[in-house]
Ligand binder design. Structure first.
Ligand code: HEC
Length: 116
């Protein structure tokens, strides 16, 4: 029976390994978020260009991720009412918005558009 009890040394080792995994994951999760965002962005790039040019539809590259998420939330809660974006935003959950924000935020900002 007593042989199933974990020795203290074994526990410490396990905790140490867990600590390593957790520290590494802060960086890894950013890369994962960007990759997930890139995957999700297929839905967006039908309208928004990834090179950042404004083709009549605003550029969404190079934004602060926080602004990006807030803007999407405005569409989701109806504060902004563009029908295309409202339906897009309502199909996204918070994690997906954050992933898209990380991905688009990692892309270079649009070169200044000439018009305007
Ligand atoms: C059917 C076309 C279409 C699709 C698909 C689409 N968008 Fe949009 N998006 C627009 C239009 C049009 C606007 C400008 C709406 C407005 O004036 O409020 C816009 C605006 C935005 C804005 C705000 C831009 C600004 O300058 O205020 C963000 C952020 C955005 N879209 C993100 C996304 C993301 C992320 C996706 C994919 C999940 C997506 N859009 C998919 C058409 C689209």
């Amino acid at each position: 029976m007593s042989s199933t009890v974990l020795k203290p040394g074994g526990l410490r080792l396990a905790a140490g390994a867990l600590g390593l995994v957790l520290t590494g994951s802060a960086v890894a999760s950013d890369a994962k978020k960007v990759a997930y965002g890139r995957h999700l962005s297929g839905e967006c790039s039908a309208c928004h260009r990834v090179d950042g040019t404004d083709n009549g539809i605003p550029s969404i590259t190079g934004w602060e991720p926080e602004d990006f998420v807030h803007t999407l939330a405005f569409y989701r809660n109806g504060e902004r009412n563009n029908p295309a974006m409202v339906s897009v935003a309502q199909s996204l959950d918070d994690d997906q918005m954050k992933a898209l924000a990380a991905y688009y935020g990692s892309l270079p900002k649009a070169a200044r558009s000439k018009k305007k």
